[in-house]
Design a protein around this ligand. Structure first.
Ligand SMILES: [Zn+2]
Length: 69
């Protein structure tokens, strides 16, 4: 009887570890932060704007940088 409980606990631990891993992995990829070249703010890679080889946090920063000299 105690062996059954041990196996159940082991399976639960393995499932828990696996579940946590699979949730954690994609989160790390999605949360890559990129520094804005204009104001220095950090923005998610998804929302970052790349212009002339530089990365900006918003359209505002991208426009200010490009419009100047
Ligand atoms: Zn910015």
């Amino acid at each position: 009887m105690s062996r059954l409980i041990l196996i159940a606990a082991l399976l639960g631990a393995i499932y828990f570890l696996f579940f946590r891993r699979s949730v954690k992995a994609p989160k790390n990829d999605a949360l890559e932060m990129i520094k804005c070249d204009k104001c220095g703010a950090y923005v998610a890679a998804d929302e970052a704007i790349t212009k002339r080889g530089k990365t900006f946090c918003s359209k505002k920063c991208a426009e200010v940088n490009g419009g100047g000299q």
